[in-house]
Design a protein around this ligand. Structure first.
Ligand code: SF4
Length: 357
């Protein structure tokens, strides 16, 4: 897959752009001022594999909390600023590794300049975050409504504004909840800038619909070689955002798989076991394993092993019995109630074998 060679930008101890691995971001939904709650959520996100975390900084207390939070977490922290440039200054003073602003809602040029000058002092990257609700009136009038072209024009105008202040430690995001518009906007902007792009479909929805919209949009955009960081925006626990983001990258071959990949058949008239329950039980029991194994859960012993022979390991359920197979070859026949424990044993033995070799 082609990857755009974007400018390399350092965020805390992570590096993005220039073909470096695409990083997964999320955003806390706690009150940033509540340091304990915010740290607790960030640590859970780190455990899920989050690479960069963003927190909202709407108040002085939140800006001050940035330094306390940073002492207790292990990933770079991005301060999200809306309207009040003073919060950007304070967040940077308190150690934010990056700030996200929309220069259009910061106010006068003088205020934007103060933010940029402070960022320059510690070489703190600025993400220029444009979304469909923030496109300027003149641009909307030019195109008639929110368009991919308008989003890109707005973002590049802001980039130019900051470049004219002699600063180019920048990341860009252009977000809309319209998947097709997002795809077009990312194609357009990638052809016009070398700054790293943070990609996401904003306000994508609940875990179910948001996962589908985000996956559809991200897949096309990332497959086109565009994107240096991603966020899956979901109305739900941010840990879900990270889990989905990582899976998207793994599925597209953009991140080395370090988890179990599950395969299960759709069931049919031959199914002789409650496969829906079995597949869910397998995913629940083994889904946390940080190991690159492909496991199949199949609904009949006649066709199951053959249909899933690309899997490292699989189970096929029959009437009261089940088979364990490796790469399509049956290695064990067990009673139905022993299937999960037998699968666990086989997983352990594969892990031991691989680690010993
Ligand atoms: Fe049907 Fe068996 Fe194929 Fe599952 S594995 S879809 S039960 S034939």
């Amino acid at each position: 897959m082609h990857r755009d060679k974007t400018k390399v930008i350092r965020i805390g101890d992570r590096v993005i752009g220039g073909g470096n691995p695409i990083l997964v971001q999320s955003m806390t939904n706690t009150k940033t001022e509540n340091v304990d709650e915010t740290v607790k959520q960030i640590l859970a996100l780190e455990k899920a594999g989050c690479d960069i975390i963003r927190v909202t900084v709407p108040t002085k207390a939140a800006a001050k909390a940035v330094s306390d939070i940073k002492k207790r977490i292990h990933i770079p922290l991005v301060a999200d600023i809306h309207f009040d440039y003073k919060m950007a200054l304070l967040a940077m003073k308190n150690g934010a590794d990056k700030i996200r602003i929309n220069p259009g809602n910061i106010g006068s040029m003088d205020r934007v300049k103060q933010v940029v000058e402070r960022a320059k002092k510690d070489n703190i990257p600025i993400r220029i975050g444009i979304n469909s609700g923030s496109v300027e009136k003149e641009i909307l009038a030019k195109y008639g409504h929110v368009t991919a072209e308008g989003l890109v024009e707005s973002a590049l105008n802001h980039v130019k504004l900051i470049e004219d202040m002699d600063y180019d430690n920048l990341v860009i995001s252009i977000k809309t909840s319209d998947v097709m518009m997002a795809i077009k906007a990312h194609e357009l902007i990638a052809s016009q800038t070398l700054y790293p792009i943070h990609v996401g479909v904003t306000e994508a929805g609940t875990i179910w619909s948001g996962t589908i919209k985000s996956t559809a949009g991200l897949s096309v955009i990332l497959h086109g070689g565009v994107g240096d960081t991603i966020r899956v925006s979901l109305t739900g626990d941010p840990v879900e955002e990270v889990r989905v983001g990582i899976k998207v990258l793994e599925t597209l071959g953009l991140r080395r798989r370090n988890s179990i990949e599950f395969v299960s058949c759709p069931t049919c008239g031959r199914t002789q076991i409650d496969l829906i329950q079995l597949a869910n039980m397998v995913e629940e029991r083994f889904g946390h394993l940080k190991y690159p194994l492909k496991i199949a859960v199949m609904g009949c012993i006649v066709n199951g092993p053959g249909e899933a022979k690309e899997a490292d390991l699989g189970i096929a359920g029959g009437k009261g019995v089940g088979l364990i197979f490796k790469k399509g070859v049956v290695v064990k026949k067990v009673t139905e109630d022993a299937l999960l424990d037998s699968l666990a044993e086989e997983i352990q033995s594969i892990i031991h074998e691989r680690e010993a070799s």
